[in-house]
Design a protein around this ligand. Structure first.
Ligand SMILES: Cc1cc2nc3c(=O)[nH]c(=O)nc-3n(C[C@H](O)[C@H](O)[C@H](O)COP(=O)(O)O)c2cc1C
Length: 117
């Protein structure tokens, strides 16, 4: 299903972004794309025009760029503004070695979501 970009039902989630300032999509990489339940979430996102978003993907070894591109395409089609992306390796996450990459990713978000006056 991931390979074909298909959707699968998800439990109720906050998909109306009317009261949301910044969206971070965090997803595993499946088939160099994203899981069907992520496709479902992305399809349901509403009231998103003009809002910024970032993408964090976790993978075993390859496909991060393509997975980020899937998320970007879907949200940019709704008028959202891409800010940044980052990827982690499952092995590094399991070993607790994801700190620096996530800190850098977080910095790119804070710059937009909570800029220093
Ligand atoms: C159906 C399926 C497809 C996957 N496809 C990829 C892939 O294309 N590239 C990759 O690096 N890892 C792939 N993986 C591995 C996952 O991205 C990796 O295990 C990830 O860390 C899972 O995150 P989670 O534990 O949050 O679900 C796949 C895993 C599954 C279950």
């Amino acid at each position: 299903m991931a390979a074909f970009g298909m959707r699968a039902a998800i439990r109720p989630a906050q998909t109306d972004l009317a009261g949301v300032d910044f969206l971070v999509v965090a997803t595993p990489v499946w088939s160099r794309k994203v899981p069907p339940y992520i496709n479902e979430y992305l399809a349901l996102v509403s009231n998103a025009r003009g809002k910024p978003f970032s993408v964090l993907v976790e993978m075993r070894g390859s496909g991060a760029e393509k997975a980020v591109a899937v998320v970007r395409k879907s949200l940019e089609a709704k008028g959202m503004r891409f800010v940044s992306s980052a990827s982690t390796l499952e092995s590094e996450v399991d070993a607790g070695q994801f700190g620096p990459a996530i800190e850098e990713f977080a910095r790119t978000i804070v710059e937009i979501a909570a800029p220093i006056a």
